[in-house]
Write a protein that binds this ligand. Structure first.
Ligand code: CA
Length: 230
């Protein structure tokens, strides 16, 4: 059974989350601060971490950086601050997804399901192999070939590189900064417009050949995510 660590100092929000998790038969642990959270993570090794960014004893982003030095456990950030920079910083530090307060119970459960699907798809392990399959999409990394519903897609080198980055991180939100730096190196702001163009073309090619709806989700002002299909 999945075990979720809830790191939140606000008792009302924490209780709402744990009541929701309990009602949906998830096992959970709680921590009210960063040091406490690290102790819970090292001793119980939870499957998913729900992390409030504004903690009394530690910056949530610093906590993510520390945890990422030894653990790949999915982290869903919960941010009271609606500003994108905090979320983006958390994603770049290694968070997988985010929720903005106030959020609905349905949103919370949806984010957990996305993460669960990613975990059951084998997490990073499966994506390190030479062939990646997700719904009707298939990538052979060794041969640099892409198929959708058995039909080969013809991608430009940059489109292919973008697709591989998204696929190797399927289920995770990747920021504009991460993607542009992976493709063009530094100077990400000047490459943002190009990224959008390449991404739009890539999505067109994927969606033309697939009937299964979108594979790539846009997070306005933040980045993109490849959805994990059943
Ligand atoms: Ca807080």
């Amino acid at each position: 059974m999945l075990q979720i660590l809830v790191v939140e100092d606000d008792a009302m929000v924490r209780n709402l989350i744990t009541a929701t998790l309990g009602a949906h038969h998830y096992k959970y642990l709680t921590a009210t601060g960063g040091e406490n959270a690290i102790l819970e993570i090292t001793s119980h090794n939870p499957d998913i971490i729900l992390l409030d960014l504004g903690l009394p004893d530690m910056d949530g982003v610093d906590l993510i950086r520390r945890v990422r030095t030894w653990s790949n456990t999915p982290i869903i950030v919960i941010s009271a601050r609606s500003e994108d920079p905090d979320k983006i910083e958390a994603l770049d530090a290694g968070a997988d997804d985010y929720l903005t307060k106030p959020f609905s119970v349905d949103e919370l459960l949806a984010r957990i399901r996305v993460t669960q699907r990613r975990l059951s798809a084998g997490g990073n392990e499966a994506f390190r192999s030479n062939v990646f399959e997700n719904g009707d999409l298939k990538i052979d990394f060794a041969a640099s070939c892409v198929w959708m519903q058995g039909k080969e897609l013809h991608l430009t080198p940059i489109e292919y590189k973008l697709l591989c980055l998204l696929a190797r991180n399927a289920g995770k939100v990747l920021t504009y900064r991460y993607l542009t730096e992976e493709i063009w190196g530094f100077g990400w702001e000047s490459n943002l417009a190009s990224l959008r163009v390449f991404m739009a073309n890539l999505r067109k090619k994927l969606e033309h050949s697939g009937e299964d709806g979108a594979y790539i989700q846009t997070h306005v002002g933040i980045g993109y995510r490849m959805l994990v299909r059943h």
